[in-house]
Write a protein that binds this ligand. Structure first.
Ligand code: AOF
Ligand code: ZN
Length: 342
């Protein structure tokens, strides 16, 4: 196996941990002696061992059995080994300590705490370093993580469920299910992929949502963010399912810019906004939305219902272009990207 094949293997295997590693990136590390794989390690769970540490740990069990010294091994890792001591130790330091002499890296870590510093530690300790094999795949596989560090903001997806006549709900707030079961499960998967779900007071009070991801696989449940200046928690909070299950943050602010800077203090790399027309339009007006998903039902709600938008072609006027469209159950799912950017 050459380094490209090994890197592909590390990337593929790392991807299996997508839902449990988030909001951390998925990372894979393989130790080889010539052409033989000696050990593999993956970052499986947020807050737990990094990939390189797991690979070194596995290899140690085979020392003097399959190899005599770590200096005989080459480490292939998808992401630059970290330099910092975070929830766990520094991977770069652990590599130096092990005696490994050659490291092949997919991509530099975009996290400013690490970026380039991990490589510096390796090089200063006379470790041969090669960078860049399949770096685009590593970045693509960790799209939200790379986006956050490149843009200093989380990737924001706004999801709306709309009737055929672009309505959101009845004025009376009588509960109405617009979209079909298939769309509803798709939204559960969307929630599972994102690091946080954000909503506002109106949705909280009118729909009383749980806002968790109800899927049939293991995952780190998304955090929940309530954005509302006027919501008064008190007793109400104890009753609401929204505040149960995973970490919940109430940002007592209606200013999106300061709310986002507060969110950036956490590890969150992606946010799914699920809100009513008022907050949804505020997000669209702010220019912070990267992706808009519209689940469109064939049903009409008619004149007594509330519109998603105040004007025709609002989505295009907000600067979005249709990227793709697919049928989902009896609905249509349209994906729009800001200015058509990928
Ligand atoms: C690595 N190997 O497997 C991963 C890395 O909070 P911590 O200590 O878990 O650190 C998280 C940061 O470490 C994360 O933001 C990213 O920069 C890097 N992830 N680095 O060497 C790994 N998952
Ligand atoms: Zn690390």
């Amino acid at each position: 196996m050459n380094y490209e094949d090994l890197m592909l293997r590390a990337i593929t295997e790392a991807g299996r941990n997508k839902y449990t590693a988030k909001p951390n990136p998925v990372v894979g590390a393989i130790l080889v002696k010539s052409d033989e794989i000696i050990a593999e390690g993956y970052h499986k769970e947020f807050g737990k061992n990094h990939a390189e540490i797991n690979a070194i740990y596995q290899a140690k069990k085979l020392l003097n059995i399959k190899f005599n010294s770590f200096s005989e091994l080459t480490l292939i890792c998808t992401l630059e080994p970290c330099s910092h001591i975070g929830k766990t130790g520094s991977c770069a330091e652990a590599i130096v300590k092990s005696g490994i002499k050659k490291v092949i890296i997919g991509s530099i870590d975009p996290n400013p705490k690490v970026s380039g510093k991990g490589v510096d530690i390796l090089k200063k300790n006379n470790i041969e370093v090669e960078i860049g094999i399949h770096q685009d795949l590593v970045a693509k596989q960790n799209k939200f993580f790379f986006y956050r560090h490149k843009n200093n903001k989380p990737y924001i997806t706004l999801k709306i469920a709309s009737s055929l006549d672009w309505k959101s709900h009845f004025k009376s707030h009588e509960r109405v299910y617009i979209t079909c079961e298939e769309s509803n499960y798709d939204v559960q998967k969307l929630r599972a992929e994102n690091d946080a779900i954000l909503t506002g007071k109106n949705t909280l009070l009118n729909d009383n949502p749980r806002m968790n991801a109800r899927v049939n696989f293991q995952l780190n449940q998304p955090e929940k963010i309530l954005l509302s200046k006027s919501y008064n928690q008190n007793l109400d909070k104890l009753e609401r399912p929204f505040f149960k299950g995973s970490k919940t943050t109430h940002i007592k602010n209606n200013d999106l810019e300061s709310a986002l800077s507060k969110i950036l203090q956490s590890d969150i790399c992606s946010i799914l906004v699920e809100a009513g027309p008022k907050l949804a339009n505020a997000f669209l007006e702010s220019g912070y939305v990267d992706e808009l998903l519209v689940y469109k039902s064939p049903k009409k709600l008619g004149e007594t219902a509330v519109s998603w938008f105040r004007q025709d072609n609002a989505i295009e006027k907000y600067g979005f272009k249709l990227e793709s469209s697919c049928k989902i159950g009896c609905d249509i799912k349209d994906t729009y990207l800001k200015n058509g950017k990928k």
